[in-house]
Write a new protein. Structure first.
Length: 269
């Protein structure tokens, strides 16, 4: 949630780019358009939903991963292997994707709302209002729209982000002699993790965003993928990669620096 406060405007720009039917605007030009046409506060549209998403999705995946990593370490009496870390991260990512799906649906809709015609806007007051109105008007199942690609993305994100961070950190310490407790090491390892995670997760992230933004209950992941491939080509899977990395890079750095501080202070870690 701490990281989200700084990166939310970039996340909003990423969602707008991913839901656009035709490519055109870049990150900078889109950001200027949002502020010019909708006001500077529009850069933080849907912040409550984004914070709720982090409080559910990120808390679950990081918490489960750390617990599984500790369990594996206690069983093997040593540092877990990369394969073991991947297995733990995949389980943690799936749990996070499931727990955070309702907040993710509201988050994407609130971020994309101002780009819709006025007659089509949902106008959720805040995240809880969004969850309530979706449940009431579309049914509880609507809160789990896009669950399949979200689970895939959760698995890919957690596996590529936390495992690449742990592996990069060990490589930096063992091969370059960096101090495992310094901010420089944490920054370098988390920057590598952000780059890996953005590239691995982009296709599932774009697909998830489009399904969740849709109001049609008949839009399966395969149907959305097939339509997008036929009308836009395979390049659509990496739509918004640059703003995704610009957002995920700082987000990953801030997240892991915060986690390392929690470890240092022995607060929950």
């Amino acid at each position: 949630m701490f990281a989200c406060l700084f990166t939310h405007p970039l996340d909003l720009a990423k969602v707008r780019l991913q839901t656009a039917k035709t490519p055109g605007d870049g990150l900078v030009s889109l950001a200027f358009k949002i502020v010019k046409n909708e006001g500077i506060l529009a850069a933080y549209a849907g912040l409550s939903a984004s914070m709720l998403r982090q409080a559910t999705y990120s808390t679950a995946r990081f918490g489960v991963y750390e617990q599984l990593k500790e369990f594996i370490s206690s069983k093997s009496q040593g540092t877990p292997s990369t394969i073991e870390l991947l297995g733990a991260s995949m389980v943690a990512g799936a749990v996070g994707g499931l727990v955070g799906n309702p907040a993710d649906v509201v988050n994407i809709r609130m971020q994309n709302d101002n780009s819709l015609p006025k007659a089509e806007r949902r106008n959720y007051k805040h995240a809880i209002d969004g969850v309530y109105r979706i449940s009431r008007t579309e049914g509880i199942t609507a809160l789990f729209r896009g669950l399949s690609p979200n689970l895939v993305r959760g698995v890919l994100m957690t596996a590529s982000q936390v495992v690449s961070y742990d592996v990069a950190k060990h490589l930096l310490v063992d091969n370059l002699g960096m101090d495992p407790k310094t901010k420089t090491t944490h920054f370098s390892a988390s920057l590598i993790a952000g780059l890996v995670a953005t590239t691995v997760c982009s296709p599932a992230d774009v697909l998830k965003t489009r399904i969740m933004n849709s109001s049609s209950t008949g839009d399966s992941a395969f149907a959305v993928l097939k339509t997008a491939l036929s009308t836009e080509g395979p390049g659509f899977m990496f739509r918004g990669w640059t703003p995704a990395f610009i957002r995920l890079g700082p987000h990953t750095i801030l997240t892991f620096i915060a986690l390392e501080e929690l470890r240092r202070l022995r607060l929950g870690m």
